[in-house]
Design a protein around this ligand. Structure first.
Ligand SMILES: [Zn+2]
Ligand SMILES: [Zn+2]
Length: 135
């Protein structure tokens, strides 16, 4: 049996994702701006931003230095999730999150696979290969 993760051309996947989904290339917000992983509040969406305000009281566990929120939780936290001095950045980040394509969560997870930060599951490897094959 071959390992589907090994067959994946990660460099090609990075090129493809950057072209098709430019948001992955941004360094202020999105999968490159945070540590790879799931939202520290709900645990069910990839991390996208780290608001600068104190960690929300309802994080799923103790706040680590790289705690971050997924798009839904960050939008739900709103501008109050950031400190008063960064209200402009907060509004900008929230607008950015709201403009993401619907499939952005899947794409962010694929990005971390493409960079090697996260190991591909067989399902994710299949999805990546299908994208690269143009289907
Ligand atoms: Zn969340
Ligand atoms: Zn701030």
């Amino acid at each position: 049996m071959s390992d589907p993760a090994v067959e994946l051309d990660r460099a090609a996947l990075r090129r493809f994702l950057r072209e098709r989904y430019p948001f992955v290339a941004e360094t202020d917000h999105g999968p490159q701006a945070v540590a790879a992983g799931e939202c520290d509040r709900c645990g069910h969406e990839p991390r996208m931003v780290q608001p600068c305000g104190p960690p929300p009281a309802d994080l799923s566990g103790p706040a680590t230095p790289d705690w971050a929120l997924g798009r839904r939780c960050a939008v739900a936290a709103g501008v109050e999730g950031w400190c008063d001095g960064h209200a402009d950045e907060a509004a900008e980040a929230i607008a950015w999150l709201q403009a993401l394509p619907v499939e952005a969560d899947d794409i962010a997870r694929l990005w971390w696979i493409a960079t090697g930060e996260v190991r591909a599951t067989p399902d994710a490897a299949r999805r990546a290969r299908a994208l690269l094959a143009g289907s």
